[in-house]
Design a protein around this ligand. Structure first.
Ligand SMILES: Cc1cc2nc3c(=O)[nH]c(=O)nc-3n(C[C@H](O)[C@H](O)[C@H](O)COP(=O)(O)OP(=O)(O)OC[C@H]3O[C@@H](n4cnc5c(N)ncnc54)[C@H](O)[C@@H]3O)c2cc1C
Ligand SMILES: *[C@@H]1O[C@H](CO)[C@@H](O)[C@H](O)[C@H]1NC(C)=O
Ligand SMILES: *[C@@H]1O[C@H](CO)[C@@H](O)[C@H](O)[C@H]1NC(C)=O
Ligand SMILES: *[C@@H]1O[C@H](CO)[C@@H](O)[C@H](O)[C@H]1NC(C)=O
Ligand SMILES: *[C@@H]1O[C@H](CO)[C@@H](O)[C@H](O)[C@H]1NC(C)=O
Ligand SMILES: *[C@@H]1O[C@H](CO)[C@@H](O)[C@H](O)[C@H]1NC(C)=O
Ligand SMILES: *[C@@H]1O[C@H](CO)[C@@H](O)[C@H](O)[C@H]1NC(C)=O
Ligand SMILES: *[C@@H]1O[C@H](CO)[C@@H](O)[C@H](O)[C@H]1NC(C)=O
Length: 579
């Protein structure tokens, strides 16, 4: 496997600098291609698949991380919190003054599949009005809900899973696309009480957050294959379609550190291979960056595209002075409660660490893919619209003026403790997340060395209205978790602890356990940095297509939106570049 890896990762790229004798796999694309795509996440794979449908179009996909298609931890849904740390970019925020100078970690996927290879597999699309807003902000009418729905269908299909519970799925909004989406096949024991408490506590109905609705309780869909209960993601759903196409070359271990320009036209990309540490270059008619919300603006800035002052500080020659590169960083982020629950609830302690239980579950999974290893770790969430009165006396109308189909807060739980515990007790983490925050942060370079992580300024809960929203949502969640539905299930509150009830204590609890949902976005927004055809304004030969281009945050987990946006963008690109 290592040998295969080694040789494949070389193909094509080395012409410029390295004299290497290749024994296997000969160069497919001889150092140049029509499209070179930087980043093999959901966006990169969808683009590569769409653009290479024309056999005359050559496509190279460069990914910094490895190919983990056979990795059991990646493939086993419940194992996502246990995935090998080597598959991550270990980003974290700079100390955030709003959080008492805590620095939330913001790791991102670094393997074929990007975030889709390490994520929690939750699949939803959220409120239709978000996409209509994208169309308006970007000037690209294809981003509006009706046409995005076609791209959602073209990228996913629903596979009915027999299960021991009811769930409303609006099957009309799924099509025949490669990504498989299903519901979970069994219950940890926390789902039904949680859903009932949310419905009754907030007066909500069950909905399917894939059909354009965003306010209500969703019993969860996930990107998991039903036949064998393994992860369905960009690598296996889309990568399998292209890996044998003669006009496509996928190269892993290829860390791109620079886009080269001929005046204002991007002409090549340089990367360093993880397998030999030598630099290599690819020429392209068109370069598309799909490196995610943190690495995309970083690569642009390293290549001279970004705010002039920042580039000059690091002595990077300016190709295009674009102030908005790295700005407008939005994320979904949340603060948590932790509860001890009955050992009857199948938490990570039970299935991963309790030797008796974990043996049973391993055997079940091996036998017929049943049991908790084939589920993600709890999958019920609610989109909640806060009453306008929550914002009385606060300057500005951000929250109250959002379209009425938008939730402000997403409430969710996991059967994994987020504050590490060693005491062999079944633990649930529950959280309230801002999904339409008012404030934004930004990203800038730390240095001109591509190996340095950029500086991330998260600015969570950064406005008075954001603080109102989270404080209200957090307290309300505690109330919900105190309801009768949890009798015999919830035993005690570990965090922050029942004595922490004053306004000051609650705010400190919110600040001290604030987490990124790992949904950073918006740092290279279409309409701001990009024109409506996905091109970096003022430059030729350079487009960006990934979550960094989102003009505003969606209302729930974003992976579905990334697949669909990349599919939309591919249609635009194919049309525009038709020669
Ligand atoms: C821990 C975690 C949990 C999540 N849970 C969920 C969930 O349950 N549901 C959901 O909907 N979403 C979830 N997400 C978010 C979702 O996975 C991402 O929003 C989505 O993957 C973004 O897609 P992308 O293609 O824009 O970027 P990414 O997925 O980040 O892909 C970018 C790719 O580019 C590569 N790359 C970056 N820089 C370079 C470079 N310089 N050279 C070469 N390659 C490079 C990266 O290694 C990566 O593979 C989660 C994300 C994480 C990290
Ligand atoms: C994954 O396993 C298949 C089947 O054994 C093998 O052909 C392939 O090379 C493996 N891929 C990687 C990246 O290990
Ligand atoms: C992130 O940290 C892990 C564990 O220390 C390490 O294996 C991995 O290489 C790091 N990722 C990067 C991109 O440096
Ligand atoms: C399913 O979704 C479509 C598209 O949003 C909607 O028109 C339809 O009413 C939904 N069906 C149900 C049963 O809610
Ligand atoms: C699981 O099944 C799907 C098809 O249903 C298949 O594509 C995939 O390779 C299988 N995964 C594993 C790890 O066996
Ligand atoms: C990339 O192209 C630029 C502009 O033509 C050129 O100056 C540079 O040397 C090229 N980079 C490599 C590594 O060949
Ligand atoms: C461990 O698992 C067994 C089997 O499910 C269960 O009976 C027992 O209560 C568990 N132990 C603890 C401490 O939770
Ligand atoms: C927790 O469980 C492990 C076995 O999984 C055991 O070795 C350890 O003693 C237990 N710790 C406590 C505090 O019970």
């Amino acid at each position: 496997m290592a040998v295969n890896h080694f040789s494949c990762s070389f193909i094509g790229g080395l012409l410029a600098f390295a004299a290497v004798t290749l024994t296997v796999g000969a160069q497919k694309l001889a150092g140049s291609a029509d499209y070179v795509i930087v980043g093999g996440g959901p966006a990169g794979f969808v683009l590569a698949e769409q653009l290479s449908r024309n056999p005359k179009t050559t496509v190279v996909l460069l990914e910094a991380g490895p190919d983990a298609i056979n990795d059991t931890n990646v493939n086993t849904p419940a194992h996502y919190p246990l995935i090998n740390p080597q598959y991550f970019w270990n980003f974290s925020s700079q100390p955030d003054p709003n959080l008492g100078n805590n620095s939330p970690e913001m790791r991102q996927g670094r393997l074929y599949g990007g975030g889709s290879g390490v994520n929690g597999q939750a699949y939803c699309r959220g409120s239709a009005s978000v996409f209509d807003e994208w169309a308006k902000l970007s000037g690209n009418s294809g981003l509006a809900w009706p046409s995005m729905l076609e791209s959602f269908k073209a990228t996913s299909h629903y596979s009915l899973q027999s299960a021991d519970y009811e769930k409303f799925t609006n099957t009309s909004v799924f099509g025949y696309g490669p990504l498989e989406v299903s519901r979970t096949s069994g219950l940890t024991g926390f789902e039904i009480p949680f859903a009932n408490a949310l419905k009754l506590g907030f007066g909500l109905k069950e909905i399917d957050m894939s059909d354009g609705t965003g306010i209500g309780v969703d019993m969860g869909l996930a990107s998991i294959y039903t036949s064998n209960r393994t992860r369905s993601y960009a690598r296996n759903a889309f990568g399998r379609l292209i890996e044998h196409r003669p006009n496509v070359q996928m190269i892993d271990g290829a860390w791109v550190n620079k886009i080269g320009f001929n005046s204002k036209t991007a002409v090549n990309v340089t990367y360093v291979s993880a397998y030999d540490s030598k630099p290599a270059v690819f020429k392209a008619k068109e370069i598309i960056i799909s490196a995610g919300a943190i690495n995309t603006p970083k690569l642009l800035m390293l290549s001279g595209v970004g705010p002039k002052q920042d580039l000059s500080k690091h002595k990077i020659p300016v190709v295009a002075d674009i102030a908005e590169v790295g700005k407008n960083l939005k994320d979904h982020y949340f603060s948590i409660f932790e509860y001890e629950v009955s050992p009857a609830i199948k938490t990570v302690w039970q299935w991963a660490f309790n030797a008796t239980a974990s043996e049973i579950y391993k055997a079940q999974y091996a036998k017929d893919a049943s049991g908790p290893l084939g589920w993600d770790n709890g999958l019920v969430y609610a989109g909640i619209r806060l009453p306008d009165t929550v914002f009385d006396g606060v300057n500005g109308k951000h929250y109250t003026s959002l379209p009425k189909d938008r939730p402000h807060i997403l409430i969710e739980y996991s059967t994994v403790p987020f504050i590490p515990k060693t005491d062999n007790i079944s633990t649930i983490t529950a959280w309230a997340s801002l999904v339409q925050p008012e404030s934004s942060g930004y990203i800038t370079l730390k240095s001109a060395d591509y190996r340095d992580d950029p500086l991330i300024f998260s600015n969570y809960y950064g406005t008075p209205a954001d603080k109102r929203a989270i404080t209200y949502g957090y307290k309300k969640l505690r109330e919900i978790l105190g309801r009768d539905e949890f009798k015999g299930i919830i035993k005690s509150e570990f965090y922050p602890g029942l004595t922490k009830t004053s306004e000051a204590d609650v705010w400190t609890a919110i600040q001290n356990q604030a987490f990124s949902f790992h949904h950073p976005l918006g740092t290279v927004a279409i309409g701001k940095v990009l024109d409506k055809g996905w091109r970096v304004k003022g430059l030729k030969g350079l487009r960006v297509v990934d979550i960094s281009t989102f003009p505003s945050p969606p209302t729930c987990h974003p992976q579905a939106d990334v697949y669909a946006l990349a599919h939309r963008a591919a249609q635009d690109i194919i049309k525009a570049d038709r020669r």
